[in-house]
Design a protein around this ligand. Structure first.
Ligand code: LLP
Length: 421
């Protein structure tokens, strides 16, 4: 599943002792395993191999340039949601013909840039957006390629904040509206309608809602084809869940076994846009225990990482395993319930509540597991904290792939007007 393993009672990432990196690079920092990253990409590609899909890694999960470059070099395309992600996608050498662009709020400028770069297509989320793309394409005297993002109204059984495929969500276009758009498509003279897109949510454990959504879209495509409305691409989105705690998500193979037969012989070009599945288990946060604080009611382990570095527990109540780097130094008979918390001035700043951990001491290092996806990409400078460094391991070598912020980074963009000087 991943390349973070204990050897002789010490946590290793591939062939490197994580403790050695912790001594070299000050904590907290993100640590990525190149092998795990590529392993997951290839696993998915192999599972869906018979469809020869285009896999567009969803950059929002982790847009570190080295992560994106590694995947691009392995043949991945990229799923983007902003002008910033387009900029980074092109910087890592991704072919525009492998870039798909979703987002309910694309600005005119972002649309213009993406059309100018000739990306594969926009995943269009509303009629007004389509009108704007048509107008911008007309200004540029070109035709823009789009896939309509369908909201299939299914329940993906995940956290409500990351459910996207129900009609109460802001995402996508309902079937009836999509039908009306497609039957009147000739009115949009600067749009090529290339396909359909869906993305029903994230951290989906059960394949059933996914299957239901794919079937709904395939039924719709049949109806369209009967009316001579051609659909070339079907983008089935991302959302594959991973193991954080004791979930039993579908493996890539199990998932593919259920989905591939539905899509075989449809003549459709298939796109997948996974983020978490590829990068989630390929990263950890390494943090140091600053204090162990006992109060009349609680034991707090106060670490040097905070919710600004990793917001998932605070925002979604997400579970992440927390492992000591050197369990041998720890007395397992003295296991205690701890709240593992950061230094930030909010009670929401926690990584675990009432978690049973072996007795830990000040100065010990801990690994917060499975934080490769939506970890650094959601980090901030809240409390004027420096966003952490990111390090990548490949075999027995380590590479700093992003330096820790500096104090100068904190003030670089601030401007004090003359009257305050
Ligand atoms: N495609 C679209 C259109 C998306 O909105 C997303 C994720 C993906 C693909 C990739 O989904 P994945 O394969 O990673 O599940 N911050 C949350 C997750 C937000 C997901 C947003 N959209 C978290 O930490 O759980």
């Amino acid at each position: 599943m991943h390349d973070f393993k204990y050897k002789n009672s010490e946590l290793f990432c591939e062939a490197v002792r994580v403790g050695d990196i912790a001594k070299k690079v000050a904590t907290p920092f993100y640590l990525y395993s190149y092998n795990t990253l590529l392993g997951h990409f290839h696993k998915l590609r192999k599972a869906f191999g018979s469809l020869k899909p285009l896999i567009c890694y969803s950059m929002k999960a982790n847009s570190n340039l080295s992560i994106c470059r590694a995947l691009t070099k392995a043949g991945s395309g990229l799923d983007i949601v902003s002008g910033g992600e387009l900029y980074k996608a092109l910087l890592v050498g991704c072919s525009p013909k492998k870039i798909v662009y979703a987002s309910v709020g694309k600005t005119e400028e972002e649309i213009r840039q993406a059309i100018a770069k000739q990306i594969l297509f926009f995943n269009v989320e509303s009629y007004p957006e389509l009108e704007l793309i048509n107008k911008v394409a007309k200004d540029l005297n070109v035709a823009a390629s789009v896939a309509l993002r369908i909201n299939p109204d299914v329940e993906p059984k995940t956290h409500s904040y990351i459910t996207t495929g129900k009609l109460t969500n802001k995402f996508g276009i309902d079937f009836d509206t999509a039908y009306t758009i497609l039957t009147h498509r000739k009115k949009m003279r600067h749009i090529n309608f290339n396909g359909l897109h869906m993305h029903i949510g994230s951290q989906i454990i059960d394949a059933q809602p996914y299957i239901q959504a794919v079937k709904k879209l395939l039924g719709f495509i049949q109806k369209l084809r009967k009316e001579a409305i051609p659909i070339e691409y079907l983008n089935i989105g991302g959302g594959l869940g991973i193991i954080y705690n004791n979930e039993k998500p579908q493996t890539a193979d199990e998932f593919a076994k259920k989905i591939v037969p539905l899509l075989k012989n449809t003549g459709l070009k298939i796109i997948l846009e996974p983020g978490r599945f590829i990068v989630g288990n390929a990263g950890i946060v390494v943090t140091k225990i600053l204090y162990v604080k006992k109060t009349p009611l609680k034991n707090f382990v106060i670490v040097d990482a905070g919710m600004n570095d990793l917001i998932r527990p605070s925002l979604y109540g997400a579970y992440h395993d927390i492992l000591p780097l050197r369990p041998s130094t720890i007395d397992h008979r003295l296991s205690t319930k701890y709240d593992v918390v950061g230094p930030i001035c909010e009670s929401g700043d926690f990584f675990a509540k009432d978690r049973i951990l072996p007795k830990v001491n000040e100065g010990d290092f801990l690994a917060i597991m499975s934080t490769g996806a939506y970890g650094f990409s959601m980090a901030s400078n809240y409390n004027c904290r420096l966003r952490p460094a990111e390090v990548m391991i490949r075999g027995n070598k380590s590479f700093v792939v992003r330096k820790r912020d500096s104090y100068l980074d904190l003030v670089r963009k601030d401007v004090i007007p003359e009257f305050l000087k």
